[in-house]
Design a binder for this molecule. Structure first.
Ligand code: MSK
Length: 648
């Protein structure tokens, strides 16, 4: 009942985000069920599943590991804890690789159709990036038009999905340093083709195939590197089609929703349609005004939000876990979703407020929602339809006189730091060798090193508190921070992505470094630089991979020697499992703050936390306390910097 919900959801403070807290009160008062309630209702969660020792791979089961010895210590087929945990883990990697890579495939198809004249609403917005990508993957660029080149890039990308030979995926190899290529070849973890590695994981984890946990995990590593290939393709082609991000100002948190405007939320991951909505919204502004609105207000959730923030400065409404709370404001007219991280629970909240939930992808539908099928041949037409639906819903909202509840919390932010944009900042200090500005700052001790902030929300932790605690602690210790995904939405919402945060939280070295970058670039920047540098959506972790590879090349070492660490304080999705795995396979220590289902096998646990380090140079740091995690990250990055200085 309401009293108990209040006790479970509010009194235990499931978040430190003031806007989300206000909306949690509001949803409790109005009996609107959200993920926070469902989390409470799920307690206690199944201990077998939590530890990864529940096997549902065949339906002779489900089997659980119930003892240390005897028949109950194995599944019916004789699978031991280590086999079950490893199989479950690598199936998660395959799920993540599928999601990222299919997102990439959608973009490749748009690029290909555009080059054939069959996607007339799309164009090449960054011809320099097109040439740069083409050159990198070994294409001859001289004497070719942009359209010809776009077609060749698309064909090369398609090849990475379905190659039947084993030389390795082009988009990955083109971005790896030599020593990593050798490492992946030696360990048989170089992916041959994206689809093939996903299929192979599904095959080897079928009942009665691979029982060796180490062999299984190496298969998972190969699949996670296929995931990285898909992410690199997604980033490169998004930049070609929609432009490579540059520094841009915006705002974040639920206060960006403006009740007097037509409010459209863009949610999911794939920018193919959302970018079209952004472009079209500008053209239909007058229609909205004619309907009595003050204009059209777009805002974003999850990584579609990050995509349109990075390229267009569209504000962030909130991150994954608070998506229903955004709808519960009652001021959202349409919520457009594409793929990934869209809670089915959104529908119930939408129904409470006459918010139209619009699905756009054939593989991602929700009962009771509207569907505007995305087709690249008529993308603009779909975007117009969605915006007109929002205008109509706005009129109904105003006529109904229904009250809205928009928390007045938002923070200023600067985003738009693609890898190219970062290099551009550095180039103002060292035009001949931009990356040296960053690598020298570490060697000179001005900054301690670099940390990648990535990942989701998970109510196993206090929503967004681990993110903000870790960021503040790293800042104090002069760690330069780049990031992607929902963790950056937490940073933005909670005022950690602007210069005010530099003044409040940065250690002296980090502040000096950020100020120095600003001074050299102030003529072309819209404001002073932020504390955390937003590099984009989940697939844009490829930009972070490009950054540490450039640093390794500059130092003349392999990646495991670069003072670089990563953290996913609230990792949750299968995509996060795939990303975390390729991060450690790259040679980077990676903290995860919500426990992945690995505790059921000491052997698998030691492989990912210790042995991975011996083989690849990176390992998982599994730590739920954000303060302890921050210290472990700082120790790891300091140790690398110290070792590097000795050898330089
Ligand atoms: S959206 S995968 S909850 S970061 Fe990319 Fe956020 Fe994680 Fe989804």
């Amino acid at each position: 009942d309401r009293k108990n919900r209040k006790k479970n959801v509010k009194d235990i403070k499931r978040t430190n985000d003031p806007a989300a807290l206000e909306m949690l009160d509001y949803t409790i008062e109005n009996n609107i069920i959200t993920a926070f309630d469902r989390w409470s209702a799920q307690q206690p969660q199944c201990a077998f599943g939590y530890q990864g020792i529940c096997c549902r791979i065949c339906f002779a089961g489900p089997c659980r590991i119930k003892g240390l010895e005897g028949p109950g210590s194995m599944g019916i087929c004789g699978a031991k804890d280590y086999t079950i945990v490893a199989r479950n883990a690598i199936r998660m990697m395959a799920g993540g690789a599928s999601a990222h890579s299919d997102h990439g495939r959608e973009l490749v198809e748009v690029l290909y159709h555009m080059s054939e004249g069959k996607a007339p609403d799309y164009e090449i917005r960054d011809a320099d990036k097109l040439k740069c990508v083409a050159k990198k993957i070994g294409l001859e660029i001289e004497g070719k038009t942009d359209i010809e080149l776009a077609k060749e890039v698309a064909l090369a990308a398609f090849e990475d999905y379905g190659r039947h030979t084993s030389e390795g995926t082009t988009f990955l190899k083109a971005n790896l340093c030599e020593k990593r290529i050798k490492k992946y070849e030696e360990t048989d973890t170089m992916p041959r083709a994206i689809d093939r590695e996903v299929v192979e994981v599904m095959h080897r984890t079928h009942v009665g195939v691979d029982a060796d946990p180490v062999n299984l995990i190496f298969g998972g590593v190969k699949c996670s590197l296929a995931d990285l290939t898909g992410e690199q393709i997604s980033t490169d082609i998004s930049d070609i089609l929609f432009g490579t991000p540059k520094p841009v100002m915006s705002e974040a948190n639920l206060g960006v929703i403006e009740p007097d405007k037509v409010n459209i939320i863009l949610h999911g991951h794939n920018p193919v349609l959302s970018q079209m909505v952004v472009d079209t919204a500008r053209e239909l502004e007058d229609e909205a005004k004619a309907a009595g609105a003050a204009g059209i207000q777009l805002s974003g959730i999850c990584c579609t939000g990050n995509e349109v923030l990075m390229r267009n400065g569209v504000p962030i409404a909130t991150s994954y876990m608070a998506q229903e709370l955004a709808i519960a404001t009652g001021a959202v007219d349409v919520c457009v979703v594409d793929v990934q991280c869209i809670m089915p629970g959104l529908r119930n909240v939408c129904e409470c407020f006459n918010t139209k939930l619009v699905t756009t992808m054939a593989i991602s539908k929700i009962p009771g929602s509207y569907h505007f099928s995305f087709e690249d041949a008529k993308a603009k037409q779909s975007a117009e339809g969605i915006i007109r639906l929002a205008i109509e819903t706005f009129k109904q909202r105003k006529e109904s006189g229904r009250p809205v509840q928009v928390p007045q919390f938002k923070n200023k932010l600067m985003a738009g730091f693609s890898f190219e944009a970062l290099l551009d900042l550095f180039a103002a200090i060292n035009p001949d060798n931009p990356i040296k500005v960053l690598t020298d700052a570490i060697i000179d001790g001005e900054i301690t090193g670099v940390c990648a902030l990535a990942g989701c929300n998970n109510l196993e932790a206090v929503y967004e508190k681990s993110h903000t605690d870790i960021i503040k602690e790293l800042a104090k210790n002069d760690v330069f921070m780049v990031g992607t995904g929902c963790v950056m939405q937490a940073a933005a919402k909670q005022g950690l992505m602007n210069y005010e945060a530099v003044e409040e939280y940065a250690g002296p070295g980090l502040k000096k470094f950020i100020d120095r970058l600003y001074e050299a670039n102030k003529d072309k920047l819209p404001d002073k630089l932020p504390l955390t540098f937003h590099m984009g959506s989940c697939v844009d972790n490829s930009r972070i991979f490009n950054l540490w590879t450039a640093m390794a090349n500059e130092y003349g070492v392999d990646v495991p020697k670069v003072p670089f660490v990563a953290t996913a304080p609230e990792g949750m999705s299968e995509k996060a499992v795939a990303i975390g795995t390729w991060v450690i396979a790259s040679g980077i220590p990676c903290h995860v703050g919500a426990m992945p289902p690995l505790e059921g096998s000491n052997l698998v646990w030691s492989v990912v936390t210790c042995i991975a380090h011996d083989v690849f140079g990176g390992n998982f740091i599994l730590e739920t306390d954000p303060q302890v995690a921050a210290q472990k990250l700082i120790e790891a990055v300091k140790y690398r910097a110290w070792k590097l200085k000795i050898h330089m």
